[in-house]
Design a protein. Structure first.
Length: 102
């Protein structure tokens, strides 16, 4: 339950950040298959030194899967990043780290 709440809070935060940015974007789409229709919604944007992206896919039986992530420039040539993915059964995987070209 706590994981689910934090995922939704993180997703809401990222959606909110994207909506406030002048260069925010959204994308919606549907795919029709013999098994049913899959619908997707994605959004993202950049503000200051951080760029973020989120997407949610809903399957024909109402199952959803989501992914949200960000990249932040922490210094010249250095970045931190994070990503959270939640599958249709509610399992969550979170990855984060940092990279530097020096």
């Amino acid at each position: 339950m706590i994981k689910t709440v934090s995922i939704f809070a993180t997703t809401a935060l990222l959606f909110g950040m994207a909506a406030q940015n002048a260069n925010a974007w959204t994308r919606d789409g549907h795919v029709h298959t013999p098994h049913g229709t899959y619908s997707g919604h994605a959004s993202g944007g950049c503000g200051g030194s951080t760029c973020s992206r989120s997407k949610v896919v809903t399957g024909p039986h109402g199952n959803t899967a989501s992914r949200s992530g960000y990249v932040t420039k922490t210094a010249p040539g250095s970045y931190s990043y994070g990503r959270t993915t939640t599958g249709p059964r509610g399992n969550t995987v979170t990855r984060s780290g940092s990279v530097s070209r020096y």
